[in-house]
Ligand binder design. Structure first.
Ligand code: PMP
Length: 406
């Protein structure tokens, strides 16, 4: 199935708008992706016609809202290859999912002198919760190296999975370099050594088919807003036997079985981890985005983005003085770059004046910036609604930036 990008673009109302008086070129989908009409409509329809709190009311509206919410769990499970819908925990975003694992799983599993293994290319959300855990428990953080192309050094990683290593937390796809890590191979290494694996899938799920069971990891986290869904709904997948053994993260309503002042008992997963009223409408929107993506086909999305990535890489490299950070062979459609004559923030500002939205900064990956020896990079991230014309506008704006600063 091939992708009709012009038809796709008509599904995203924002792509027909202007920025700085020019048709918008949106190249910041890695930060947050735009939303198709189907998602916007599903949420407004839910608020207009079907809204009530879930898991509580005996009345029809509440029962129906609960049914719709729980149905999304089933569709999410199918979408990411989770064997059991009850392994899908709704959270706000990837950050919350990783914090949940660090607290509920980490606090029990990690003790004095244990090691938590990360990689140089992690986002702050897959660093800070582990540092906090290490501090609470007297554990140590170890960091697997990457090479000059931005590829993980698997030998070094394997050498870190020693007897003290208990958790490996690793990104599936780097938000700066675009590198796709060989998660299946890595989880096999970890499993042999009894190390639990937590995968940050924030930048993987928007671009490719993900099969959590096939990947062989223990936990997998992603954000709805990066997969063209609403902000406020994210997903943690975890193996049921692990979730069942974990204490709650937050306490309150909906996560209990019984409460008395003497003793409270916990509900089974996933309710145990969903305290309080969730972002119900966003979960409904998440369901709509999954249906939308399934209709387009993740394989078609993957193929189009790879074509576009190859085109964008070639065109960017035509610009004198431009360096691309991250040249892994297995790479998602993220292009971080430096222009010799201008600071990334200046590049971002000039591009903005041309109606081209890119990101400039450290991308919540300061240790990686240090490794690259730069304070920041400019980053253009592509989604399946981007076109060759978008890339051409980017390149033209960069050529103009060079003329201004050069
Ligand atoms: N991990 C990666 C690789 C990311 O790119 C991001 C978002 N930039 C996150 C985690 C955090 O996602 P969120 O802000 O949705 O929690």
């Amino acid at each position: 199935m091939s992708l009709d990008v012009e038809a796709v673009r008509r599904d995203f109302p924002i792509l027909a708008t202007q920025s700085r008086g020019r048709p918008l070129v949106y190249l910041d989908s890695a930060a947050s992706a735009q939303k198709p009409r189907a998602v916007i409509d599903a949420m407004s329809d839910f608020y207009a016609e079907h809204y009530a709190n879930i898991h509580r009311g005996v009345y029809q509206l509440s029962a129906e809202a609960t049914r719709r919410y729980e149905d999304v769990r089933v569709r999410v499970a199918r979408f990411v290859g989770a064997p059991d819908p009850n392994e899908i925990v709704f959270v706000r975003n990837t950050t919350e999912a990783i914090n949940l694992v660090a607290r509920s799983f980490g606090d029990v599993q990690i003790g004095e002198g244990d090691e938590i293994v990360l990689t140089t290319m992690e986002h702050h959300s897959n660093i800070v919760p582990w540092q906090q855990l290490a501090e609470r428990r007297g554990a140590t953080i170890r960091v697997a190296r990457i090479d000059d192309e931005g590829v993980l050094d698997l030998e070094h990683l394997a050498s870190l999975l020693g007897p003290r290593a208990k958790i490996l937390a690793i990104t599936h796809v780097s938000n700066v370099l675009g590198t796709i890590n060989p998660i299946r191979e890595i989880t096999a290494l970890a499993r042999e050594r009894g190390v639990a694996t937590v995968v940050d899938g924030a930048q993987a799920v928007p671009h490719q088919t993900v099969d959590v069971a096939g990947l062989g990891c223990d936990f997998y986290a992603f954000s709805g807003h990066k997969i063209f869904g609403p902000s406020g709904a994210g997903v943690l997948w975890g193996r049921m036997e692990l979730l069942e053994a974990m204490p709650p993260f937050l306490g309150g309503g909906s996560m209990i079985e019984t409460v008395s002042f003497e003793k409270t008992t916990w509900a089974k997963p996933p309710q145990r981890f969903e305290a309080g009223t969730p972002d119900i409408a966003s979960v409904i929107g998440l369901g709509a985005t999954i249906d939308y993506l399934a209709g387009i086909g993740m394989d078609a999305i993957d193929a189009w983005e790879h074509e576009l990535l190859a085109y964008a890489t070639d065109r960017l490299l035509e610009i004198p003085g431009l360096t691309i950070h991250g040249r892994a062979k297995d790479k998602a459609a993220v292009l971080s770059f430096a222009l010799d004559v201008a600071h990334p923030h200046d590049v971002g500002t000039i591009l903005d004046a041309e109606g081209v939205a890119i990101r400039a900064g450290h991308h919540c990956a300061q240790p990686l910036m240090e490794h690259l020896g730069v304070p920041a990079t400019a980053r253009a991230s592509l989604a399946f609604y981007n076109t060759r014309e978008d890339v051409d506008r980017l390149v033209a704006a960069l050529v103009k930036t060079r003329e201004l600063f050069g």
